[in-house]
Design a protein around this ligand. Structure first.
Ligand code: DP6
Length: 349
């Protein structure tokens, strides 16, 4: 390595968003989940991040974050927090200054959480830098990147793997951990090609941040029941995924989404994040499933948008249904078409 290369290091990763099927809602300690969760890794909704590290003689860390080429200070606190965690693991980082250049492939104001794709892309960049500085073994790379992503945003630790990911210790899943996500492979191949059409019901900012939302479970009257229901739902869902039972899959995934919102609606203070259009879309989806015998399902994040999940071989019929009957519930008629994807990719700088 030349002197110049050792004082400036550049690395770039693209990382996807993910959509939880069994939800993570409630945490304790340092970003440890109160129950295990499982998600589809998405394909098109991605964040691209470049990390430029410069050797710093002043030993005062500085981090500049550029989003879509604009210097942004509002992202800094979360990024600083991630670097605090990263420095504990990789002390050499304290003698560098950082420039982060990032952009999303999905519209910024779409209400789609960018923390999973954003934090996972940044954690991958930091771990690549640590690898280049020989502060990390190649064999520990993915585990360390997932662990670091989790410290930035819990759900981000599930964005690093192809297909489906599990985060949180679960007795029947070997290798599962509260500290990092793992790839989950024991699934019928049809689920690896599932489609996710995201109805953008309300494009504005969410009215409750996840951080505030997770806190609402502290002292929540239904918290313990929720954590045990999530464990049961994991078992039921794993069984469907193995067998390829798509109708049962739909029932469990929908119950999970509604339970997440039921928890928010019964918190103190409470939050109602579904809009009338969210409920109207849900009603249509359930009717369409019954009338057409097509296992289309919905799930929700902590917001008003609806994720429509369905098998690839029903794509033509479901997309027609979305266009004819659901698009009118979306703000400006906008929806995004995504599918299960293959995880992050390292980019050329
Ligand atoms: C509803 O991962 O955004 O999307 O750890 O505080 O950053 P923090 O929370 P975050 O929570 C995601 C919650 C969820 C469900 C899920 O993705 O499992």
């Amino acid at each position: 390595m030349s002197d110049f290369e050792s004082i400036i290091h550049e690395v770039s990763w693209q990382s996807p968003s993910n959509i939880a099927l069994v939800k993570y809602w409630g945490k304790h300690g340092v970003q440890l989940p109160s129950n295990p969760s499982i998600s589809f890794t998405l394909n098109s909704c991605r964040t691209k991040t470049k990390l430029i590290s410069r050797k710093n003689d002043l030993s005062v860390r500085s981090i500049d974050v550029y989003v879509d080429d604009q210097l942004k200070s509002d992202f800094k606190p979360k990024v600083e927090k991630l670097f605090d965690h990263a420095e504990r693991r990789f002390p050499f980082l304290s003698s560098y200054s950082f420039e982060i250049r990032t952009n999303n492939t999905f519209p910024h104001s779409s209400g789609i959480a960018s923390s999973a794709s954003g934090m996972s892309a940044l954690a991958l960049c930091i771990c690549s830098f640590a690898l280049a500085q020989e502060a990390l073994e190649e064999s520990d790379f993915w585990k360390s990147a997932s662990e670091l992503a989790r410290l930035g945003s819990g759900s981000a630790c599930r964005s690093l793997f192809s297909g489906l990911s599990v985060w949180g210790e679960h007795t029947s899943i070997q290798g599962s951990s509260d500290k990092y996500g793992i790839q989950y492979d024991d699934v019928h191949p049809d689920f690896l090609k599932y489609q996710d059409t995201i109805l953008l019901i309300h494009k504005g900012q969410k009215s409750v941040s996840s951080t505030v939302g997770h806190k609402l479970l502290e002292g929540h009257p239904f918290a313990e029941i929720r954590f045990s229901e999530a464990r049961n739902n994991m078992d039921l869902l794993l069984d469907c995924l193995r067998k390829g039972d798509k109708f049962e899959f739909a029932e469990i995934v929908e119950k999970e989404a509604l339970m997440l919102h039921a928890l928010m609606m019964t918190s103190d203070p409470y939050f109602i994040l579904m809009q009338p259009e969210t409920l109207a879309a849900i009603k249509k989806i359930r009717e369409f499933r019954k009338q057409n015998n097509i296992p289309v399902a919905f799930t929700l994040d902590a917001g008003a948008n609806v994720h429509v999940l369905y098998p690839e071989d029903t794509k033509e019929k479901v997309l027609k249904f979305v266009q004819d009957e659901l698009a009118s519930f979306c703000e400006d008629g906008t929806y995004l078409c995504d599918s299960v994807g293959f995880g992050p990719t390292k980019e050329k700088c």
